[in-house]
Design a protein around this ligand. Structure first.
Ligand SMILES: Cc1cc2nc3c(=O)[nH]c(=O)nc-3n(C[C@H](O)[C@H](O)[C@H](O)COP(=O)(O)O)c2cc1C
Length: 409
């Protein structure tokens, strides 16, 4: 089961008896780490109050499509873009019919049509309604349209009948939503990721560092875990918790990061250097706190080891991805770095006031010898997933190309 940390899940609730379980579904999704927003149909509001779902989700519940107030805040297109996945649970027979027809005359149907993210429904209805040829035809259409179908289960129903049509339990739904994010693109591979800044001590209490928060590197590590990789995250000082299911190693200086990387790189198929490693460090670290005795002082600095270049120079080298934080001439600098360090991909991002470091959103320009791909501004978790999908595709292409070369007589 994948984790839902940093995932934005839009829960659609429609008008069925099982709507009473929606509050628990929200709670379980949040326990799994997701941020949850709820959209209710008018039918659902007859079964459970918006107030309950607002209280458990921590956000106002969205109900109206044609509402000027809502459109000024988070309207249907924003909700569709916001969601990393949409789960409709319970999904009524009526809602399945609307979704199968591609209707957009209520907020939830419109969001489902407008989103690029995966949509799944958890049907819940009387067993006759489920078995009805019309519902089964709608089901077939939804499957054909790549809508995930979670359940239904069989058993005793609220109406007193027994048969298929019970909604899956909230814990089962959470497990299935988590699986939506488990791509398997990096199954069986080991990925080493560096993240965060480094700290180059000047004396026991002072040091040189930078504004990297580690958010992007941690998101990349999490996305690689989701894609099925064994992940070793080597992190400089950050205030972020260790990502679940990655092996996290905490270091301070560029030298420590270099040594930790080289202690683990022999196992790595892919190396992604996201850390903002200091280029220079003091030539000497003062044993005691430096006193304020002079008007001016000069720090003597020397180069730190170049971790990316040292990994790319290994024989054999893992598939190597470097990050480049630039304030100007993004592609030009990235291309230079690609060539001089012999990397497979440089992921360049613009940094500066309110951009890149510490923020929750970012964009990337992926520069490769024969291609440039733009990943537009989006939350770092989603951006990291797009990056991992790109890296996985390029890694597979490179390695299948190698197999072809070896096989050629
Ligand atoms: C007491 C009651 C319980 C209902 N339970 C269900 C149900 O479990 N599943 C279902 O598909 N429809 C059920 N319905 C019918 C839906 O509420 C009805 O089709 C409604 O239009 C659904 O609207 P919506 O899909 O926009 O939420 C029930 C109706 C009533 C009066």
């Amino acid at each position: 089961m994948g984790t839902l940390t940093n995932k934005r899940i839009l829960l659609g609730v429609t008008g069925g008896i099982a709507a009473y379980k929606s509050a628990d579904t929200v709670r379980r999704l949040r326990e799994a780490g997701a941020e949850v927003r709820v959209v209710m149909t008018a039918g659902a509001a007859e079964f459970i109050t918006a107030l309950t779902l607002q209280a458990v989700s921590g956000h106002p519940v969205h109900q109206q499509l044609l509402d000027t107030g809502a459109e000024a805040g988070m309207g249907h297109i924003e909700l569709a873009r916001w969601a990393d996945a949409v789960l409709v649970a319970p999904a009524s027979a009526n809602f399945m019919a609307r979704l199968a027809q591609g209707r957009a005359d209520d907020l939830l149907s419109a969001v489902c049509l407008a989103t690029e993210s995966p949509v799944a429904v958890a049907p819940a209805m009387n067993q006759q309604m489920w078995s009805n040829a019309a519902t089964q035809a709608n089901l077939a259409t939804l499957k054909k349209n790549s809508i995930g179908i979670f359940g239904p289960a069989e058993g005793s129903q609220a109406c007193g009948e027994v048969g298929p049509g019970r909604m899956l339990e909230p814990t089962e739904l959470v497990a299935l939503v988590s699986d939506l994010f488990a791509s398997g693109e990096l199954d069986g591979l080991t990925v080493v990721v560096t993240a965060g800044p480094t700290w180059e001590a000047v004396d026991p209490v002072r040091g040189l560092t930078n504004r990297s928060s580690g958010k992007m590197g941690y998101a990349v590590a999490e996305a690689a875990v989701e894609a099925g990789a064994r992940v070793i995250l080597i992190s400089g000082p950050t205030s972020l918790p260790d990502p679940e299911r990655a092996h996290t190693i905490r270091v301070e200086s560029a030298q420590e990061m270099h040594d930790a990387v080289h202690a683990h790189i022999a196992d790595a198929d892919i190396f992604i250097g996201v850390a903002a490693v200091a280029d220079y460090r003091p030539t000497q670290i003062a044993k005691d706190k430096i006193k304020k005795t002079q008007e001016k002082m000069t720090l003597d600095l020397e180069r730190t080891p170049d971790i990316l270049a040292s990994v790319a120079a290994l024989k054999p080298a893992p598939f190597t991805v470097g990050f480049a934080a630039e304030t100007e001439n993004l592609e030009q600098h990235a291309r230079q770095k690609l060539a001089t360090k012999n990397l497979d991909i440089v992921a360049a991002n613009r940094v500066g006031a309110d951009l890149g470091f510490g923020t929750d959103e970012n964009s990337l320009l992926l520069v490769e010898p024969a291609a440039v791909t733009e990943l537009p501004m989006q939350p770092k978790a989603r951006l990291a997933r797009a990056l991992i999908a790109h890296v996985a595709a390029r890694y597979r292409a490179k390695h299948s190309a190698k197999v072809h070369t070896l096989r050629r007589p």
